[in-house]
Design a protein around this ligand. Structure first.
Ligand code: BGC
Length: 344
């Protein structure tokens, strides 16, 4: 496979590309469109390469889909309630794209933009993007640099950003994993473990209430490995409201260093994924809204719960909850966060 290939033409005539990285037995491909991770191949228990992320075969399908499959999310991962936020005494209206709320950076978020290949080696890719002052409503010109490093054990994503005005910054990756293979069906038998004693319950529109609730005694307690299907459809109000898991967990012992946040395992392939991050929160989303449209790689019909996301992040709606860790990026300071998806 070539290292760099054309991946179609954007409606404005610009060319999208796909880059392939390799390290040991692992390989992965990343698009300049939305910085999306399109394939990620890791060996299963018998050494067979298994593609563990959902993706599409054409640029048109990436543009058509509305599930953020594989994409780099910004400027703000997850939701900001009422599509507006206060900063330094000024209220900044944002573009609403999820009912009255703002989701994943708005209708023209970073997932829909063409990134520039700044540097490329056998196993690393640096993508950059400049988001102009006022884009989707956010103050400040934001310069973003994202480095993808494929190691012999996994994929590390390093995020850096700098703004010329105070602003918000909360970047993540929205890969859907299926550790039995992207086209293998439901993820219900795959085990999930989240290293968190608390989570942020949500109210209408999946906006956090502001509470940091204990997981103890609820189906949100994923402190020991649990098959995703065991409790996902329990009659627990947080699950029924969201149609399954779609919540932010408060990572235990957050101190800004790279720490384990979650683990997942497939009994069919024996593949284990561990997610480590410098960020304080992780959204475990059980793919409740996947609906098979458009068809995925090789025609795979990605139906409800065919993939799950582990999105490392500042907590959803943090600008409205002063007790949550702050996602404010001060003018001329550097946002620097890292997430490592490690396989065993
Ligand atoms: C959110 C879901 C949303 C999905 C988009 C997830 O990060 O938590 O509520 O539907 O992204 O497909």
């Amino acid at each position: 496979m070539e290292k760099r290939r054309s991946f179609g033409i954007m409606p404005d005539g610009k060319a999208a590309e796909e880059v392939t990285l390799r390290a040991g037995e692992l390989s992965c491909s990343i698009l300049t469109y939305g910085g999306a991770v399109r394939t990620l191949r890791v060996p299963d228990q018998n050494g067979r390469p298994t593609d563990v992320v959902l993706g599409f075969d054409s640029l048109e399908d990436y543009i058509r889909q509305d599930k953020y499959i594989g994409a780099l999310i910004g400027r703000y991962a997850n939701r900001i309630g009422g599509a507006s936020f206060p900063l330094n005494g000024v209220e900044y209206p944002l573009r609403a794209n999820d009912g009255p709320n703002h989701l994943h950076g708005g209708p023209m978020g970073f997932d829909k933009q063409l990134w520039t290949v700044e540097a490329l080696t056998e196993n690393t890719l640096v993508l950059t993007l400049t988001s102009p002052d006022g884009q989707e409503g956010y103050p400040g010109k934001l310069d973003i640099k994202v480095t993808y490093t494929l190691t012999e054990c996994g994929l590390e994503i390093d995020y850096e950003a700098k703004s010329d005005r105070d602003t918000l910054c909360n970047l993540t990756n929205h890969s859907y994993f299926n550790l039995s293979g992207h086209d293998s069906g439901s993820i219900s038998d795959q085990q999930i473990q989240v290293f968190a004693d608390r989570y942020t319950p949500t109210g209408p529109g999946s906006i956090p209430t502001g509470e940091l609730a204990p997981v103890e005694g609820t189906p949100m307690d994923l402190r020991v490995p649990t098959p995703i299907g065991d409790h996902v459809d329990d009659g627990f109000d947080q699950l029924t409201l969201a149609g399954g898991y779609d919540h932010n967990w408060v990572i235990k012992g957050w101190d800004g260093t790279l720490r384990p946040a979650a683990r997942a395992w497939s009994p069919r392939t024996g593949i284990t994924l561990e997610v480590l991050t410098t960020l304080p929160g992780i959204q475990f989303y059980s793919g409740n809204y996947l609906d098979g449209c458009p068809a995925g790689k090789g025609g795979a019909p990605y139906a409800k719960r065919w993939g799950f996301c582990l999105e490392t992040q500042f907590f959803p709606d943090s600008p409205h909850h002063p007790a949550f860790p702050s996602s404010v990026l001060k003018k001329d300071t550097v946002y620097h966060q890292k997430t490592y998806y490690r396989f065993q």
